[in-house]
Design a protein around this ligand. Structure first.
Ligand code: NAD
Length: 298
């Protein structure tokens, strides 16, 4: 069997077209344009690329973007001042502080300060709490992107066994909450999965991954998931982005796993474009929340 490719770029394009229409309708109705303020601290080249991609995606759908660049020796208190300014600026709908931050900065102090109503990454404890209670105002971008690609290819996870490798606050943990939830804004097929979360201390990982109808890799290790770890016919979602001498590769050993799985996301061109797209959706949601118009839960 050669797996069907889950094309993240095409799916992102389709969703962005929908977002563009919604942004235009919002701007018409309110006379304001949703605006994303991105904060980039230091010179990390990967972070600079991510921020550029986000700015470009904003332009494509009619969202304004602002870039606030700070030197790599910025202090926590300088960054706190900037976040406070952006919180208070009525022209700013969403605030994104690009991670990772330089080591001298207290990440949590900065992220906890972002107004939860402008927290388009959904990292603030208020938004994490709302998500865990099944009443999110924002969905975290990468987990939401994973659900969207499954949704757009009519893949159901309901009643299925799902295994997520990785338990980070950004990907594994919130994705587990969403996949195992009772309800989903994407309908009854995108929730009610029986979810197992694996991590670096999980013994005999293949014995668990081989049970997965849906296997998600969010590890950060190139080609770590090999064909013998995958159940024949499984849906495989590769969140990993690893820079190697051979270019960007995922956490999944793509070619051999493609011969075992029923569906698979590539890297690049899989979950990455969807992550950026869900950030656009959250920026529109933030603008709506601030204007109190047409706010439906995500
Ligand atoms: P992280 O480093 O915070 O977490 C990695 C997780 O993998 C940890 O929970 C750890 O326990 C687990 N892990 C590490 N080694 C393991 C092993 N040998 N066996 C089992 N589990 C192991 O990383 P993250 O922020 O969750 O990101 C994971 C990957 O996803 C990275 O490659 C990152 O670049 C990528 N990523 C991609 C997107 C996207 O849009 N596609 C978004 C966020 C992160």
């Amino acid at each position: 069997m050669t797996a069907t490719l889950l094309d993240g770029r095409a799916t992102a394009q389709q969703i962005q077209t929908e977002i563009k229409d919604k942004v235009a309708a919002f701007t018409d109705a309110t006379g304001t344009t949703p605006t994303l303020a991105a904060v980039l601290v230091g010179e990390d080249p990967a972070s600079a690329v991510y921020v550029r991609n986000k700015e470009r995606a904003c332009r494509k759908v009619g969202i304004n973007s602002q870039l606030h660049r700070l030197n790599s020796d910025t202090t926590t208190s300088q960054l706190v001042d900037l976040v406070q300014q952006l919180n208070e600026d009525p022209a700013v709908s969403g605030i994104l502080v690009q991670l990772p931050l330089p080591g001298q900065i207290d990440d949590l102090q900065v992220l906890d300060l972002i107004d939860p109503i402008k927290d388009v990454d959904a990292f603030h404890p208020t938004n994490v709490g709302l998500l865990s209670q099944g009443r999110p105002q924002f969905l975290p971008c990468t987990p939401h992107g994973v659900l969207q690609v499954l949704h757009r290819y009519d893949i159901s996870i309901s009643g299925k066994t799902s295994v997520i490798i990785g338990r980070s606050d950004i990907v594994g943990k919130p994705l587990a909450m969403l996949m195992g939830a009772k309800d989903s804004h994407l309908g009854p097929d995108l929730c009610n999965s029986t979810v197992t979360v694996c991590h670096s201390r999980t013994p005999d990982l293949p014995s668990i991954t081989k049970q997965a109808d849906v296997l998600v890799a969010a590890i950060g290790r190139p080609k770590y998931v090999t064909a013998d770890m995958v159940k024949p016919g499984a849906v495989v979602v590769d969140v990993g982005i690893n820079r190697t001498d051979d270019g960007l590769v995922g956490d999944v050993d793509f070619e051999p796993v493609r011969e075992v799985a029923s569906h698979i996301t590539p890297v690049p061109g899989g979950v990455g474009p969807l992550t950026v797209t869900m950030l656009l959706e959250n920026t529109l949601t933030a603008a709506r929340l601030q204007k109190q118009v047409g706010v439906a839960s995500p």
